[in-house]
Structure formats: C-alpha cells, structure tokens
Design a protein around this ligand. Structure first.
Ligand SMILES: [Zn+2]
Length: 299
C-alpha cells in the first residue's frame, strides 16, 4: 500500500469516527442544556449537570461533574455572575471551552437595596443573572450556542445555525401567545410579588411591575421590619395574588398572603428547573404565563 492511499484511508476512518461520535456538551444550567439540545439536535450529546429540577444557584461541581466536563468539547454556563466558581473552573478545565451564554445579552442591574435598576444608573449594583426570562434573550442565546458549537464542529455549522433559526421562529410564536394571554390581566393587576427577585427580564418584556419584597431571599434576613415593609407594599399594590416558587419554602409567602388577604398562586418556575411538561424554556414560559394569567386575570 502506498503512503497516499494509507493517508486517504486514515482520513476516511477519521471522518467515519467523527460522524459517529456526537459532540459532548456539558451544561451548568438546565436551560443551557435545553438550548444545546434545541440547537445541537442529533449532533450533540448533552449532559445536564444540575439535573432536571436542580437549582443552578446552589450547584457546585463535584469530582464526577468535573470528569463529565473534561470529557466534553464545551461547557455552557448562564454567566452574568450566576456561577461564582466559573473562574476556578476555567483554570481547572483549561483544555475545554467554557462559554458564558448570557455574556453578550444586555444586563438589567440589581441595585444594592435589592430593587431593580437600569444599567448605568447610579443605584446599579450587580447584573441580574436571570436573563433567560426574556424570549428575545433566549433567541439571541440560541445563536450564541450555535456559533459555539460550530466552532468545535465546523462541519455542522449550517445545521446549528438552521436549528437556532427554527427554534427562534418557534419562540416568536410562543412570545405572541404569551402576550395574548397576559393581555387578559388588567392594568392594575400587572404586578408580580415573587419569592426571589428572578422576574425582572420577564417584567420588562411583558410590561409587569415587580413589587419590592424585602426579606424573602435566602440571603436576606427575615427581620420583622422587612416583613412589615413587604406587607405594606403588597396591601398598597392592590394585587390579588402572590407567587411562590416551585423550589422555595412557601411558608413565609403563605403568611404574607393570609395577612394581606391575597391568594397564594400556583408556584412559578424561576430558574428553568421545571420537570415533565414544564421542563425547558418553552415549558417554563408556558407554565409561568398560565399561572400568572390564572391568578391575576379578571374572573
Ligand atoms: Zn434565580
């Protein structure tokens, strides 16, 4: 056998291998795993490290997770400060690319006093990481993921970009449906009282006001003064219902609902960690829109 034909054979073998072995992508957030599946289709194997129903705020990679990441071509993080361990992780994984999917998406800022502030305002503190509640943001993120996948697998570029576009078109329909549903909520009720401040991007996109609630975060103290401020804000708003979240303690919210004569609504999904039909971005948005409409629309 001459050398050129041997090289040709090796080339064929390599091509067969690469088309047989899909690209492995690890995700540090359930919705980044969702994006990888939507955009990657059959060309990728997705490892959702947080797991369905898991909480990305509390996730910390363990040795088994590191092994999975080391075996991947790409690790997808939400970014905007959600994963405080990211720099350490990048140092550990130096060979594997870690992509912060939300990096190029414009931030809403959380002011130091916990209230939402616009970027650049003097009250601005840190970026609000919950960018995945904006439909436009998710469309943009799908393209970010498509380009990241294409970088690792140039032969699939057309497929990735095509999938991102098809997904984006589906999200556009979902967005139109969401606007239609939420239009049933009267102006005076377009207010969200939630367990943690996760819905600023949603509120901006769908024209809701967030009611500042003090002392409902895990990180904040449930002081009597904070609780009194929350009760006053809820009463003043005239809102009919308040929203717990699927993986937070509803006890404090229940006592607020009782004290303010409001209804405790169906829990919202804040961090993309719904399961079954509520899994993924589309499942999460559908669930949240239905819960909000059901609780706040006129009977
Ligand atoms: Zn959150």
């Amino acid at each position: 056998m001459t050398t050129p034909s041997l090289i040709w054979l090796i080339g064929l073998f390599a091509a067969a291998l690469s088309s047989a072995a899909p690209l492995q992508v690890a995700a540090l957030h359930p919705l980044m795993a969702d994006l990888a599946r939507q955009v990657g289709g059959e060309r990728v194997t997705v490892v959702n490290l947080v797991g369905e129903g898991g909480n990305p705020h509390r996730f910390e990679p363990r040795p088994g997770d590191l092994k999975q990441m080391q075996a991947s071509a790409l690790v997808l993080a939400a970014g905007k400060g959600l994963e405080p361990y990211l720099n350490r992780l990048k140092d550990t994984l130096h060979e594997v690319s870690v992509i912060e999917v939300g990096r190029s998406i414009p931030s809403l800022m959380i002011a130091k006093d916990g209230e939402a502030a616009t970027e650049g305002s003097s009250a601005a503190g840190t970026p609000d990481p919950h960018w995945w509640h904006g439909v436009d943001n998710m469309r943009r993120a799908a393209r970010v993921v498509a380009l990241a996948l294409a970088d690792k697998d140039p032969a699939g570029r057309g497929i990735y970009l095509g999938n991102a576009q098809a997904y984006g078109a589906r999200l556009e329909l979902l967005q139109r449906w969401a606007h239609g549903e939420l239009a049933k909520v009267p102006r005076g009720q377009r207010k969200l009282v939630t367990a943690h401040q996760a819905f600023a991007y949603f509120a901006r996109e769908f024209d809701f006001t967030l009611i500042a609630v003090a002392g409902l975060n895990d990180e904040q103290n449930n002081t009597p003064q904070a609780l009194a401020m929350t009760l006053a804000a809820v009463r003043l708003s005239g809102v009919k219902a308040i929203f717990p979240e699927s993986n937070t303690n509803a006890k404090v919210l229940q006592s607020i609902a009782t004290a303010t004569a409001t209804t405790l609504a169906t829990p919202l999904i804040a961090d993309g960690n719904g399961s079954g039909k509520d899994a993924g971005f589309e499942g999460m948005l559908r669930h949240n829109v239905q819960a909000i409409t059901q609780a706040l629309a006129a009977p």
